[in-house]
Design a protein around this ligand. Structure first.
Ligand SMILES: [Zn+2]
Length: 115
């Protein structure tokens, strides 16, 4: 029975199977991670990703090459490079690690293996 401020969610079928598969991979890296904690993190990341994708509608991926992600920013009609160095993401246009280009690049499925 959930307490105040909590909610119980029931999952089944293919969604549960997929999430359990991802959880088993993640729990090997972080043994103290509970399934509920994993699902919460996953949901928060997905909400953040959706927010970024919505804000970043004028952005598109041109290419991923080694540690450089090239994006097109249709608002300013420019190409933007996001560089990953020592696991740190940096936008060369904005000289920032916290602009929309970095957020967009991090949310792309094409950069999943670089992260
Ligand atoms: Zn930027």
């Amino acid at each position: 029975m959930p307490q105040d401020g909590q909610k119980t969610v029931t999952m089944s079928g293919i969604i549960l199977k997929e999430l359990l598969k991802e959880y088993r991979i993640e729990v090997k890296k972080r043994p103290s991670l509970s399934f509920a904690g994993f699902i919460s993190e996953y949901a928060i990341m997905e909400l953040e990703r959706r927010k970024i994708v919505k804000q970043a509608a004028p952005l598109s991926l041109i290419t991923v090459h080694d540690n450089i992600i090239v994006l097109k920013d249709a608002r300013e009609k420019i190409f933007v490079e996001v560089q990953i160095k020592d696991k740190k993401w940096f936008c060369l246009s904005d000289k920032s690690d916290d602009c929309i280009h970095v957020g967009f690049a991090m949310a792309l499925p094409e950069t999943k293996d670089i992260r």
